[in-house]
Ligand binder design. Structure first.
Ligand code: FES
Ligand code: FES
Length: 154
C-alpha cells in the first residue's frame, strides 16, 4: 500500500510498487493534466512537484513518493489564481498546449526558489522542458510576468 498526499488530499493506493507515478496519476487517480510525452525523462511533459521539487513523474516508481507531497497542475491553485497561471493566460502562451502543464510546473518551482529570476536562471530551470510548438519566447516572458505578479500579490 502506497500512501502519499496529492494536491493536499491523502491517497492510499494498492498498486504495483514499480508503477510509474505518471501512470498512477493519470490512469488510477484520473488526474489528466500531467501529460505523457517521451516516457523516458527527456521532455518534461510529465513534470510534477514532489515536496516542492520539480520531478519527472514518468521516471519515478510510485513507491518513491511514499509519505511525500505530490502536486500536479490541478493543485497549483483552486481557481487558476497562481501567478504562473495568470501570466500564461495573459500572454496566451500555449499553442497546442501539450507541454504546457509541465512547463508551468517547472516555472512555478523556479519562482518558489528564485523570486526574480535572471534570464540565465530561467534558461537553466526550463532547459529540460521541450515544446514542439516552439513557444519558448512566450514562456520566458510569462515567467518574468509571473515573477512581477507574485510581487504585486504580496
Ligand atoms: S514523459 Fe516524462 S519526461 Fe517525457
Ligand atoms: S505548446 Fe505544443 S508542444 Fe508546447
Amino acid at each position: 500500500m502506497i500512501e502519499f498526499e496529492l494536491n493536499g488530499t491523502k491517497q492510499r493506493l494498492d498498486v504495483d510498487e514499480s508503477m510509474p507515478l505518471l501512470w498512477a496519476l493519470r490512469d488510477v487517480l484520473k488526474q489528466k493534466g500531467t501529460k505523457f510525452g517521451c516516457g523516458k525523462g527527456l521532455c518534461g511533459a510529465c513534470t510534477v512537484h514532489i515536496n516542492g521539487q520539480p520531478m519527472r513523474s514518468c521516471s519515478l516508481p510510485i513507491s518513491s513518493v511514499q509519505g511525500l507531497k505530490v502536486t500536479t497542475i490541478e493543485g497549483l491553485s483552486k481557481d487558476a489564481s497562481h501567478p504562473v497561471q495568470q501570466a500564461w493566460t495573459e500572454l496566451n502562451v500555449a499553442q497546442c498546449g501539450y507541454c504546457q502543464s509541465g512547463q508551468m510546473m517547472s516555472a512555478a518551482a523556479l519562482l518558489e526558489k528564485v523570486k526574480q529570476p535572471s534570464e540565465q536562471d530561467i534558461v537553466k530551470a526550463m532547459q529540460g522542458n521541450i515544446c514542439r510548438c516552439g513557444t519558448y519566447p512566450r514562456i520566458k516572458q510569462a515567467i518574468k510576468l509571473a515573477a512581477d505578479l507574485a510581487v504585486e500579490v504580496k
